[in-house]
Design a binder for this molecule. Structure first.
Ligand SMILES: [Zn+2]
Length: 421
């Protein structure tokens, strides 16, 4: 693996030279002092640019990247029926090309790691690997109470898990339980045991809508979805729960006590009118690990984490009528270091020894023309086109806004657009 030398870049507020080698940040030194240790490195002059940790999208469905605009102005349950109808027409090839498009967008908008949940997962692995992104990829359990389907999925899950053992180090195999309304109780228990036996993270949609909560209470003796999963012994620090939007005080207490990672997907929730009162303060104070996600392009229409960060903070401030809600430092943490904690990876911080997932921000424009905080300008003023270059796992995946093969990715993907109509 090659070396990269970032010369004269602002890093943690200091003009620095940064040496990347063997996939990690090998050395950080004051600007101008590092040239001797960087033989044969690919050198980038970064004057006027600032380094920032690669963003982590903790809940998405990359294979939906070509489903933008197919379910507009309809509520969650009608939308989900429409998506499931559309998904009858997709195949491996479709998912491969859609995931390439998703990766292209993520790179261009500064995301270096994504936690994915979609069908035909080996195709997502192929696409993410080719694009050079760090990926967390799910086998998705979704048996819809069909015992034959349960058995088929058990076998397929085991096969895919075995195959994942030969994956490159930038991809992590995890298990998904789609949701409590789409997976039978025996399969939830099987997934819990399989994940625990193999040390895998468990990714689940949880308490996304008020209807999900009401249906669960009716079906499971008054228990909420959180109480129900807890009664099955599912919840723990290895669980990544997407949405957790409709929570009682008791739910918050359980999620905190179990150390669950709760992923807020503000744009998807707003657009499908699922709700907006994500209980950030309460979850944080209870001990849950809060992260952010975009959800899939079928509902959020894009994978832009800077936009997600801005909207998340603005909505918190608005519904709480408290401008200090989700303050800047915490907002940065929930898109960088909190995901690192959830995934057990040494990323989200730019320091020696950390994985070299770095986005290089061009500050030579009006968005940053202020003596104010760089972080504030990045989240609240700039747009993702300020992301000039991206390094993931020690390799450039975008340099000066150019992603290798971009035109071909779009040309190939376009051929599959009419598949879902
Ligand atoms: Zn989702």
């Amino acid at each position: 693996m090659g070396k990269i030398l970032l010369k004269d870049i602002i890093l943690n507020g200091q003009a620095s030279d940064v040496l990347v080698a063997d996939g990690i940040i090998a050395k950080i030194a004051p600007s101008g002092s590092l040239c001797s240790g960087a033989d044969e490195a690919e050198v980038m002059d970064c004057e006027g640019k600032t380094a920032f940790p690669g963003l982590v999208n903790m809940h998405t469905h990359a294979g939906m990247a070509m489903m933008r605009g197919v379910g507009e102005d309809i509520g969650f349950h009608q939308w989900l029926d429409r998506i499931w109808e559309i998904e009858k027409n997709i195949d491996e090839e479709y998912v491969y090309h859609a995931t390439k498009v998703a990766c292209l967008e993520m790179i261009k908008t500064g995301t270096t790691t994504f936690n994915d949940q979609y069908w035909y997962m080996p195709m997502a692995y192929k696409a993410a690997s080719e694009m050079g992104l760090r990926s967390v990829l799910s086998y998705v359990i979704c048996d819809r109470n069909d015992p034959l389907e349960s058995e088929r999925q058990k076998v397929q899950c085991q096969e895919m898990y075995e195959a994942s053992k030969s994956w490159a180090g930038t991809a992590m195999f995890v298990l998904s339980v789609h949701a409590i309304y789409s997976v039978s109780e025996p399969m939830i228990l099987w997934a819990r045991d399989f994940a625990r036996a193999n040390g895998l993270k468990l990714h689940v949609h949880l308490s996304e809508t008020e209807k999900e909560v009401e249906d669960c209470k009716a079906e499971h003796g008054g228990m909420s979805p959180v109480e129900y999963l807890d009664s099955l012994g599912v919840l723990g620090p290895d669980v990544i729960a997407a949405h957790t939007l409709w929570l009682s005080d008791r739910d918050v207490e359980i999620l905190g006590k179990r150390g669950v990672t709760c992923v807020h997907n503000v744009n998807s929730n707003l657009k499908l009118a699922s709700g907006y009162k994500f209980r950030y303060n309460e979850l944080r104070d209870a001990g849950a690990n809060v992260c952010l996600g975009t959800d899939g392009c079928g509902s959020s229409n894009n994978l832009d984490m800077l936009e997600t960060m801005k909207t998340s903070a603005m909505i918190q401030k608005a519904w709480r009528e408290d401008s200090s809600a989700m303050p800047l430092g915490e907002l940065i943490a929930i898109a960088t270091t909190n995901p690192a904690k959830a995934l057990g990876l040494n990323l989200g911080r730019l320091e020696e020894g950390a994985l070299a997932d770095i986005i290089i921000i061009d500050t030579d424009n009006y968005h940053f023309m202020s003596p104010g905080s760089f972080e504030a300008n990045l989240v609240y003023s700039a747009h993702s086109d300020c992301v000039d270059s991206v390094i993931c796992n020690g390799r450039f995946v975008m340099k000066n806004r150019v992603v290798p093969g971009e035109k071909e990715i779009l040309t190939h993907a376009r051929r599959h657009l009419d598949r879902i109509l």
